[in-house]
Design a protein around this ligand. Structure first.
Ligand code: SAM
Ligand code: SF4
Ligand code: SF4
Length: 324
C-alpha cells in the first residue's frame, strides 16, 4: 500500500505520455512551446511500464493516460495492453482532445482501455477553432461517436471562458444529455502558459447559467474525485463541476503524476519533481521504487493557492506537461 507523508492512501497514477499536442488551446498552450522535450529524452513504453507495473503492485488501482495529446504517441494501444494484461481490474482511463479518436477507439478498447474523458469546449465550428486554434470540431465529434459505438465509457470536459464559449454551457449540457454522456464543467485555472487575456468562470456563475433553465440538486462529490455532482430535477440528468478556486481537494488527494520524461510529480501546483528515468532505463526497478517512496514522503499537504504569499502566484507548470 502506498501512503504519503500526511497519511493519505495513494491509489491513482496519471501518466503523461507526451507533452506535444496537435491543438493550441488558448487556456493551455496558445503557442508552440519554445522547445519541446527532445524525442530521445522520452521514456519508451516498456520503460514507463516497468515503473507503472511496480506502482500497481504497490497499490495503484487507477491509471489515467494523458498528455499533451496522448493519441499523438504511436503504439499507445501497446502500452494500454501491457497495463491491462498485468491487472485487468485496474481502472484504466485516458483524457484526450478526441481529434484522432475515430481511428483509434476500437484498438484502444480492444487493448483494455475502459474510460475516456474527452475535451469539448464548443459545439460551434468557429468557436472550437478559436479555442483550439485549428479546425477541430468535425473530427472531435466523429471521435465521440466512434468511442460510444465501441462501448467506451465517456465523460465530456468543458472549460467555460468569458466571452468565448460561456453562452454554450447549456448547449453542451443538452448535448451530453442527448448522448447519455456526463458533462463536467471545469473552472479555468490560471497558468503562465495560457493566453493572458482569458477570463474563466467560477463554479457559482456556471451553476447560475444552468439554473436559468433548470432546478438543480447538489448530490455530492464522486468518491475522491474533484468533481462535485448535480442532478437536474426536470429530467434526472447528472453533471459535474470541478471548482478548484473554491474547493481544494487536497485532504483526500490520492494521486501522483508521471511525465513522459520520467519525472514523478507529487502535486500539480509544486515545481518539485524527481526523476526515475535513469533507473528504469537500466532496468533498476528497486531504485525507481525508492524514488517513489521519497516523492510520497515529501508530497505536500496542499497546494499553495491559499497561502498569503502565493495569492498572486499562478501555476508555472504547464497543464500540457502534467496532463492537468
Ligand atoms: N490533450 C488532452 C485534452 O485536452 O483532453 C489531455 C491533456 S489536457 C492538459 C487535460 C485536461 O486539462 C483537459 O480537459 C483540458 O480542458 C484541461 N485543461 C488544460 N488547461 C486548463 C486550464 N488552464 N484550466 C482548466 N483546465 C485545463
Ligand atoms: Fe492540447 Fe489538451 Fe492542452 Fe488543448 S488542453 S492544448 S488539447 S494538451
Ligand atoms: Fe493533490 Fe496537490 Fe492537487 Fe492538492 S493540489 S489535490 S495535494 S495534487
Amino acid at each position: 500500500m502506498l501512503i504519503d507523508g500526511h497519511g493519505r492512501k495513494v491509489t491513482y497514477l496519471r501518466v503523461s505520455v507526451t507533452e506535444r499536442c496537435n491543438f493550441r488551446c488558448q487556456y493551455c498552450m496558445p503557442e508552440k512551446p519554445f522547445s519541446w522535450v527532445p524525442k530521445e529524452n522520452l521514456l519508451s513504453f516498456d520503460e514507463l511500464f516497468l515503473f507503472v507495473k511496480r506502482a500497481m503492485d504497490e497499490g495503484i488501482n487507477k491509471i489515467r493516460i494523458t498528455g499533451g495529446e496522448p493519441l499523438l504517441r504511436e503504439d499507445l494501444d501497446y502500452f494500454i495492453g501491457l497495463i491491462h494484461a498485468h491487472n485487468p481490474d485496474v481502472d484504466l482511463a485516458m483524457t484526450t482532445n478526441g481529434y484522432l479518436l475515430a481511428e483509434a477507439a476500437e484498438r484502444l478498447k480492444r487493448a483494455g482501455l475502459k474510460r475516456l474523458n474527452i475535451s469539448l469546449d464548443s459545439l460551434r465550428p468557429d468557436r472550437a477553432y478559436k479555442i483550439a486554434q485549428k479546425d477541430v470540431l468535425t473530427k472531435v465529434l466523429m471521435g465521440i461517436d466512434k468511442a460510444m459505438e465501441v462501448g467506451l465509457k465517456i465523460k465530456l470536459n468543458m472549460v467555460p471562458l468569458q466571452g468565448i464559449n460561456d453562452d454554450e454551457i447549456l448547449d453542451i449540457l443538452e448535448f451530453g444529455r442527448e448522448c447519455g454522456i456526463k458533462v463536467r464543467f471545469i473552472e479555468y485555472m490560471e497558468n503562465r502558459h495560457a493566453n493572458e487575456a482569458l477570463r474563466g468562470m467560477h463554479g457559482k456563475a456556471i451553476l447560475e447559467r444552468i439554473k436559468k433553465r433548470y432546478t438543480i440538486h447538489a448530490l455530492g462529490r464522486e468518491g475522491t474525485s474533484p468533481s462535485f455532482n448535480y442532478r437536474i430535477e426536470e429530467n434526472g440528468y447528472e453533471f459535474g463541476l470541478i471548482d478548484p478556486h473554491k474547493h481544494d481537494f487536497c485532504e483526500s488527494c490520492n494521486r501522483i503524476r508521471l511525465t513522459a520524461e520520467g519525472y514523478l510529480i507529487p502535486c500539480l501546483y509544486f515545481d518539485e519533481a524527481k526523476s526515475i528515468a535513469e533507473y528504469v532505463k537500466r532496468g533498476d526497478v528497486e531504485a525507481a521504487a525508492e524514488v517513489l517512496a521519497q516523492v510520497l514522503r515529501d508530497k505536500p499537504e496542499k497546494n499553495r493557492w491559499s497561502d498569503e504569499m502565493f495569492k498572486d502566484d499562478i501555476s508555472a507548470r504547464a497543464f500540457y506537461e502534467t496532463g492537468g
